[in-house]
Design a protein around this ligand. Structure first.
Ligand code: GRF
Length: 202
């Protein structure tokens, strides 16, 4: 079985919690008629996320599923899962989605959920990656796209993009350089994955 649906495009959902600039990059890439994936749904778990209006402006279906409205993580994830399935989602791209996902959700979408992380994994898992890369004296930093597994930023690596760390970099200047690389890499990898058969295992 492949990711492809009847119109030949892989139905892709994007999960966000914040500004959504990676989501915008994915949506804009997918607007090309020849792109092998279509963004069928954006979900934000935060009502105030800047990405919500950006998705609306791009004419993409966006839902806010506020995790605070649910008693348990599982109930929140079940609500997301239901909407993902209702939209025929075949592939999920996490893009600045800041909730830890349970083994139940991860298992349900195994091999069909990607994440972008702002470091060259396995270095700097977790938060504050740019600051930590500077403090560690790294000369190279970057971003990683990986499959989501039960760990934090531990899933199988699909691709990385490197940027230089410059001597006068602050965490902000470095973050901006990495983000630019993210916006290039994520659409490229979505294109690649959507053009291929899904991996059989994560
Ligand atoms: C990106 O740096 C991404 O790698 C990280 O969170 C940031 C999200 O930025 N997971 P945006 O919401 O896509 O602008």
């Amino acid at each position: 079985m492949s990711h492809k649906s009847v119109n030949g495009k892989v139905k892709t959902a994007v999960l966000i919690s914040g500004g959504g600039s990676n989501m915008v990059a994915l949506v804009q890439a997918a607007q090309d008629p020849g792109f092998p994936a279509e963004i069928v749904l954006v979900i934000s778990n935060r009502p105030g996320a800047g990405g919500i209006t950006k998705a609306e402006d791009l004419g993409v279906k966006v839902l806010c599923i506020d995790h605070k409205n649910f008693k348990t993580r599982k109930q929140f994830e079940q609500a997301m899962d239901k909407m993902l399935r209702a939209h025929g989602t075949e592939l999920i791209c996490n893009a600045g989605f800041m909730r830890i996902l349970s083994p139940w959700f991860v298992g349900s979408w195994r091999g069909r959920q990607l994440n972008i992380h702002p470091s060259l994994l396995p270095k700097f898992k977790g938060l504050h990656t740019h600051e930590r890369a500077i403090e560690a004296g790294e000369s190279e930093h970057g971003c990683t796209i990986h499959y989501v597994d039960e760990g934090m930023d531990t899933g199988k690596i699909i691709a990385q993009a490197k940027v230089k760390v410059l001597p006068d970099d602050t965490k902000e200047t470095l973050a901006a350089r990495v983000l630019k690389a993210e916006h290039k890499l994520y659409p490229q990898i979505l294109m690649q994955i959507a053009s291929e058969k899904p991996p059989t295992q994560n």
